[in-house]
Design a protein around this ligand. Sequence first.
Ligand code: ZN
Length: 340
Amino acid sequence: MRSILPLRRRALLTVAGLCLSAVLGAAHAAEPLKAVASFSILGDIVREVGGNDVSLTTLVGPDGDAHEYEPTPGDAKKLSAAQVLFVNGLDFETWLPKLTKASGFAGKTVVASQGVTPRKFAQAGGGHKPGDHDHDHEHEHDHDHDHDHDHDDGHNHGDGHHHHGDADPHAWQSLANGVIYARNVADGLAAADPAHADAYRQRAAAYIARLGALDAAAKKTFAAIAADRRKVVTSHDAFGYFGDAYGVSFIPAMGVSTDAEPSAGEVARIIEQVKRDKVPAVFVENISSPKLVQQIARETGAKVGGTLYSDALSKPGQPGATYMEMFEWNVRQLAAALQP
Ligand code: ZN
C-alpha cells in the first residue's frame, strides 16, 4: 500500500506533465493559417474547406463588385500578413496585381479557376453588335460563331470600361466548376499548411459531395422546364457558365463588366429581342443597378423575376450568404419565373 501512493502520485505528475505539453503543443500547432480570398464567393469556399484551421480575410465582401474594386491601405496590410492568397483568375481581379505588389505579399497564390474550361465571351452589350442582329438571333447558342470575331469587335461602348481578357471570369456560376475551385482550394491549403492536409482534403470531399448533389438537382429543375421558355434578361454578362451548364439562355443588358453602359441603340435591340423571343422574365443582380433591367421590363411586359446573386454573396441573414445558398436561390428564382 505504502509504495502505491507515491507511484500513483508520480504517475499523476507525469500525466499532468504530458497534458501540459500536449496543450502547449496543440496551441502552437493550432495557430491557424492566415489566408486571404479576393471576393466573397471564393472566400466561402475557402471557409468550407479550411474550417477552423484557417483564419480568413475576404477583400471584396458581400454585395461587392469585384470588377470595380478599389483596394484600401487596410487590404494591403491584411495581404502583407497572409501566408496564402486565393484568387479567381481569368482576369477577374484586375486590381489585384498592383495590390499584391504594394503589400509585399510573400505567400503562395492559388488560382481557384485553374483547370476550368474557360468560356469565351460573346460580344459586350448582350452578345450583339450593330449589323449582326439576325446572325446572333439564329445562333443564340452557337458560341463558336462569336469566337471567330476579333476581340476588339466586342468593345462597342467606347466609354473606357476596363479591359477583361477573352475568357469569361464568372466560372463559379457552374457547380461543376465550383467542384474544381474546392479541389484547388484544398490543394492550396494543403501545400501551405501540410500539417492539416488531411483535414483540408476531408472537408473538401464532403463539400464536393454536397456541390455535386446540388448540381444534379439544378439540372433536373431546368430539364423540367420547356426549352423555349428558358430565357431571361440579366444586368451584366455573368451567367454564361450557368447557361451552358443548365440550359438557360441569358441575355445580358450590359456587357462583360458592370460599368459597360449600353447605348440607346443597344437597349432598343435588347427590348426588341425580348418581345420577339417572348422572354418570360428579367432579373436584377445584387451587385449592379436595377435601372436598365427595370426599363426593359416596363417596355416589354416581361416580369421582373427578382434578384440573382452574380458576383458576390449576400450579407449574412439574406438568401445568398454562402455559395451553395446563393446557387440554390438563383436556381429557385429562375425556375419560378420561367414556369408557365
Ligand atoms: Zn461580373
